[in-house]
Design a protein around this ligand. Structure first.
Ligand code: FMN
Length: 201
């Protein structure tokens, strides 16, 4: 085995090892409104569910030289966001919304998507996404230190909107959901392949 002591790694090496090993990572496609009302959408694969009572998700913003990404700035100002699930059919649109564009650019429009209000929070969701989680920001935490710190944004889910096609009661069909998982770099996996294991008594 090769051992890497983190103290000996530069930032790029630490990034590559972390994102190459912690796979597949779910993608939160985060929708917000800017202060001027412009809809904003961007993918975050440092995204996770971290509680269920109430349901809480988080995404992590990588800072570079104090540059605050639009999603984080909007969450701080509005206190709300949507986390949209990305399925395979939406992968190209998702990738388009990762472009580093000015806050004045509507990334929904850029990617040929429609921003839709789902009614519980004032943040835009992706029309046609198989699941849209409406969230209220409940906490923020900073990890690491400038110029390359990460800011975690915690959102309590106030409503789940789920396509009936993928739903059976409260069970989700992972194959039909066809959600993307991010691997290293530009590679992705889907939730089409799966197997079951009975839990020990
Ligand atoms: C699949 C994917 C996942 C990404 N995950 C993250 C992430 O977890 N954290 C982050 O800071 N940037 C991430 N990015 C980059 C952002 O999407 C990119 O910086 C984007 O321009 C941010 O947009 P915003 O300024 O509108 O928030 C990711 C990009 C892609 C394509």
């Amino acid at each position: 085995m090769t051992t890497f002591a983190v103290a000996d790694l530069d930032q790029t090496e630490a990034y590559k090892l972390t994102t190459g090993l912690i796979i597949p990572r779910p993608i939160g496609w985060i929708g917000t409104y800017g202060a001027d009302g412009v809809p904003n959408l961007a993918p975050y694969s440092f995204f996770q569910a971290v509680a269920t009572n109430p349901p809480v998700v988080l995404f992590s913003t990588g800072m570079a030289d104090g540059d605050v990404k639009d999603t984080l700035a909007n969450c701080r100002a509005s206190g709300v966001f949507t986390a949209n699930l990305v399925d395979h059919d939406m992968s190209v649109a998702m990738n388009t919304t990762a472009a580093p564009v000015e806050p004045s650019v509507d990334e929904f429009e850029l990617a040929g998507l429609t921003a839709k209000r789902f009614g519980s929070v004032d943040a835009p969701g992706v029309e046609g996404a198989k699941a849209v989680l409406e969230c209220r920001v409940i906490n923020e935490m900073t990890l690491g230190s400038a110029p390359l710190e990460h800011v975690l944004t915690f959102g309590e889910v106030v409503a789940f909107h789920i396509d009936d096609e993928v739903l059976d009661g409260t069970r989700i069909d992972a194959v039909k959901l066809d959600a993307l998982g991010r691997l290293a770099g530009t590679n992705y996996a889907t939730t089409r392949e799966q197997f079951s294991l009975d839990r020990p008594a």
